[in-house]
Write a protein that binds this ligand. Structure first.
Ligand SMILES: *[C@@H]1O[C@H](CO)[C@@H](O)[C@H](O)[C@H]1NC(C)=O
Length: 467
């Protein structure tokens, strides 16, 4: 027997003309004739669907009114998965390093904030939610950064055919390309999503028959994404089938492939294979390379490969992959290897997540790659993943958190939840120095799990950098 304690509350509910006791939501995946029917019979059960409870608001925080020239944005999950996921904005200036400027909540929790990216004009950031599917939450979250010191939540959305957002690239027209690693139910194929300048999803590529047959024919789990705007090509790299990291699983399905795309038509030109690659997590064009070469990370092998997109293989297929550098025994099967390359194309950095290690290579001469880190050094990092060189090329921002599915999945990489601000020395090598400790900063919500970062450098007001 329930006793209703507050008769005032009951009275107010009865008196309210707008409050209804029923709600109606559209289905998560709307029906598209000829497209969504196969999902009905091919989709595995979602074993892990969670109650879509609304988030608790962030606890109060102390903001700062300082206006640093260098700003770090960190896309972060609340440790307790009950409080809102949030964007944390920090000073990266030398004299005020690590000062919290602002916390911007999004209307989700437990979404596992993933990659973050800026629009070309720096007025918008987009962050993806890796596990949004599980709570039937949106997958992409937009922030208005017109005032860079006070980001505001703008809107969120989701795609129809695909989910599990990963890499983000700004388009010159103001919109974005985004890799969605899985289908709407987390299986293969995912899609290459495109938005317009208002951040509405306008395409989920490929859309032509040949491309659709390509992605249905061989695992398409696009994670890495790099665009060569000058030579009109895109590379995406296939990592894992997202649903297979969740229980019950027969084992994680890792891919060995990349897709080469024609930028103007958004059509797949070819599939490029790295034999036994075991999850090609990342791919990035080397800035200024005369042949538009790109480097790709093969996680099972612990190797860096080089992709020549305009060379042809023995069968006449466009795109050739060659091993560039073996990062050694510690780098094999480290769950994730993500990368960044200096703007001059000379140095490349790789996070070996479960090896707790960040590797640095001098790639100025691709026939004579030099390793700049000591593979046996014990580094002050646990679970490094996302890595970004600051626009001035003087620091490497690394976030020490990859993915923890908890008991519902099989990926739980240990982390110390720090944002590392590592000094880059003249020869490209690294010197560990400062960090922001998200466990301590956000202890009032079970800590913070910072997956990724964006850095603004407003030192020259005529030439601001958003990266
Ligand atoms: C750490 O960074 C600060 C600020 O740039 C610098 O003054 C200091 O020398 C660095 N410390 C080490 C140990 O590199």
């Amino acid at each position: 027997m329930y006793a209703i304690k507050s008769s005032a509350l009951v009275a107010s509910i009865l008196a309210s003309p707008v409050l209804s006791l029923g709600i109606s939501l559209p289905p998560l995946i709307p029906s598209i004739p000829g497209v969504t029917e196969p999902l009905a019979s091919n989709a595995p059960p979602l074993p892990i669907l969670q109650l879509p409870t609304p988030p608790l608001a962030s606890p109060p925080f102390t903001s700062s009114d300082i206006k640093p020239k260098k700003i770090g944005y960190f896309w972060t999950g609340s440790g307790d998965k009950l409080h809102a996921d949030f964007l944390a904005t920090y000073s990266l200036d030398d004299d005020t390093f690590g000062t919290l400027l602002w916390v911007t909540d999004v209307p989700t929790s437990g979404n596992d904030p993933h990659h973050l990216g800026p629009s070309l004009d720096g007025k918008t950031l987009i962050g993806g939610g890796l596990l949004s599917l599980l709570k039937t939450q949106d997958t992409a979250y937009y922030f208005d950064t017109s005032d860079p010191y006070r980001p505001a939540f703008l809107k969120s959305n989701r795609a129809i055919l695909s989910s599990i957002t990963d890499e983000i690239r700004a388009k010159p027209d103001g919109g974005f390309f985004i890799t969605y690693m899985g289908s709407a139910v987390g299986t293969s194929p995912g899609r290459l999503v495109e938005t317009d300048a208002d951040f509405n999803i306008i395409h989920e590529w490929p859309e032509d028959v040949e491309g659709t047959l390509n992605i249905l024919g061989e695992q398409f789990s696009p994670h890495g994404l790099s665009v060569d705007w000058d030579h009109n090509i895109i590379l995406t790299s296939d990592f894992v089938v997202p649903i297979t990291i969740l229980k019950p699983t027969l084992g994680i399905q890792r891919a060995n492939t990349l897709r080469l795309w024609d930028l103007p038509t958004r059509k797949i030109l070819s599939t490029i294979t790295i034999p036994e690659g075991g999850g090609i997590q990342d791919v990035k064009f080397i800035p200024g390379h005369p042949e538009s070469a790109a480097i790709a990370t093969a996680v099972h092998l612990g190797q860096v490969w080089i992709i020549y997109p305009f060379r042809k293989d023995a069968d006449g297929n466009q795109g050739v992959a060659k091993v560039l550098y073996d990062l050694g025994p510690k780098a094999r099967d480290t769950v994730a290897i993500y990368s960044d390359i200096s703007q001059d194309g000379r140095f490349a950095y790789f996070t070996l997540t479960t090896a707790n290690h960040i590797a640095a290579l001098d790639i100025s001469d691709l026939d004579n790659v030099k390793r700049l880190d000591d593979p046996d050094e014990e580094q002050p990092t646990i679970g490094p993943h996302y890595v970004k060189l600051t626009p001035d090329q003087k620091h490497l921002v690394v976030t020490d958190y990859f993915v923890q599915t908890g008991e519902i999945g099989v990926i739980n990489t240990p982390s110390d939840y720090k944002a590392l601000y590592i000094d880059v020395l003249d020869d490209g090598s690294l010197s560990f120095n400062r960090s922001i400790d998200f466990t301590r900063e956000f202890s009032n919500r079970g800590g913070g799990k910072p997956h990724s970062s964006v850095v603004f450098d407003l030192t020259d007001p005529e030439k601001p950098y958003y990266y």
